[in-house]
Design a protein around this ligand. Structure first.
Ligand SMILES: Cc1cc2nc3c(=O)[nH]c(=O)nc-3n(C[C@H](O)[C@H](O)[C@H](O)COP(=O)(O)O)c2cc1C
Length: 397
């Protein structure tokens, strides 16, 4: 049996059927008010049949007034509990585990959705597409911690098998961790211990609400890849803090909206070729902590995936974009039907577009829209079609 096909027992005792996880992919097909929709049920029905050990939901919002994109799922209270239960039933029908990924965009909330964003400090995004945020008050910080815990409890009550804090990619938790976006002078800013307080308190609140046996995890940046922001050394320290609190699964990624390292646009050719973008970092982490580890970003060949598990560098291989193009990718990699799940590189030939990776998310989300309608993904979807849809501009001639 190949390494990726082997089951894994989480610290909570839950057994995951294999080592392939669908990393969180913001679907953008919930109902307008954040309720899980028929389209999401269709999508997770397909993914549930695709064989992954764990399916992380797309980031689910803790506050309806602060959204990362339109038609994103919201878990503020129990209003949509029945719908989340349906989603869990669809995703888990064949034995995959569904975990809810829980998020707040902070300053990375687009202007068309959020005219009054909040963040640890008033450090704005370097783009007109975002309003400058105002700093959160301490009462608001405590309210948010409670909201993350409430969302985790909704995940548990719906029958999902776990919850994950989105602590990566420059969103609110990541904004607290980074000295570039967190310049607070109170106990929530300054030293690393203070900057990490928000995420630790979120974890503790989730644990208190969900109990000792409910699997809880985090997705965290190995680094932000920006001068003056969250570094590898700091990430290592925060991971050690989370490990000693008893996290069930730590997923490593990297980058922010300003430096899209998570989808590979900031890496050297050699890193892209070698696949797993952040593997050197995770090797160092492995030596220092006990919590199970998952790595996401760039994995494409079954050999590389198997080797990473065989060499005991990590416990779960996370895949993002391949699940948008090949919904059965987990089964196909395990059965040998597929040995390489490389997705189209989506290059337009225009550096300004390609360097930012700006078409990566919408192109892949368009595939999820198709699956939500019961259609198959279309690997030949024209990148310029997506460009025109997203920007409202004609392709440059
Ligand atoms: C359409 C799309 C939506 C994404 N949404 C999320 C999300 O909601 N939460 C998250 O942590 N990462 C999100 N990501 C990042 C992926 O989880 C993953 O980290 C990234 O695609 C790198 O993995 P890959 O090389 O296997 O695609 C998204 C990526 C794409 C392409």
């Amino acid at each position: 049996m190949s390494a990726i096909s082997q089951s894994f027992t989480l610290p909570s005792g839950e057994v995951v059927k294999n080592r392939i996880a669908k990393s969180a992919l913001s679907e953008g097909i919930a109902e307008k008010n954040g309720r899980p929709s028929e389209a999401l049920f269709n999508l997770y029905d397909q993914w549930g049949k695709g064989g992954a050990g764990i399916l992380f939901s797309g980031n689910t919002m803790v506050d309806k007034d602060h959204l990362v994109n339109a038609n994103v799922m919201i878990a503020e209270d129990e209003e949509f509990l029945d719908d989340y239960t349906t989603l869990a039933d669809k995703a888990q029908a064949e034995g995959s585990h569904l975990w809810m990924q829980i998020n707040h965009p902070g300053r990375q909330a687009p202007i068309y959705l959020d005219k009054a964003p909040v963040s640890p400090s008033n450090v704005g995004m370097p783009s007109k597409l975002y309003v400058q945020p105002r700093p959160l008050t301490e009462d608001e910080i405590y309210d948010l911690i409670d909201r993350y815990g409430t969302a985790a409890l909704i995940a548990k009550k719906s029958g999902m098998k776990g919850a994950q804090i989105h602590g990566a990619h420059g969103y609110l938790v990541s904004q607290f961790l980074s000295p570039l976006t967190n310049i607070r002078k109170d106990k929530w800013g300054g030293s690393l211990e203070n900057r990490a307080r928000f995420v630790l308190e979120i974890y503790r609140d989730m644990r208190k609400k969900c109990g000792a046996d409910f699997p809880l995890g985090i997705k965290i940046n190995s680094a932000d890849f920006q001068r003056g922001a969250f570094t590898e050394e700091e990430s290592m320290e925060v991971i050690q803090m989370l490990d000693s609190e008893g996290m069930d699964l730590i997923e490593v990624s990297g980058g922010t909206y300003e430096r899209a390292a998570m989808v590979g646009t900031q890496h050297k050719e050699s890193t892209l070729k070698r696949e797993a973008y952040f593997i050197e970092f995770i090797r160092k982490v492995r030596e220092k902590i006990k919590s199970p580890l998952m790595l996401t970003g760039g994995f494409r060949t079954v050999d590389t995936m198997n080797k990473a598990i065989e060499n005991n560098e990590l416990d779960f291989v996370g895949l993002g974009r391949p699940f948008c193009v090949f919904p059965d990718v987990a089964n196909d990699l395990m059965s040998g039907k597929m040995t390489d799940c490389t997705v189209p590189d989506l290059l337009t030939g225009v550096d300004k577009i390609d360097m930012t990776g700006m078409l990566q998310t919408p192109w892949h989300q368009f595939q999820l829209v198709r699956m939500g309608k019961g259609l198959k993904p279309d690997p030949n979807m024209d990148v310029w079609y997506v460009y025109e849809k997203v920007t409202g501009r004609k392709r440059p001639v």
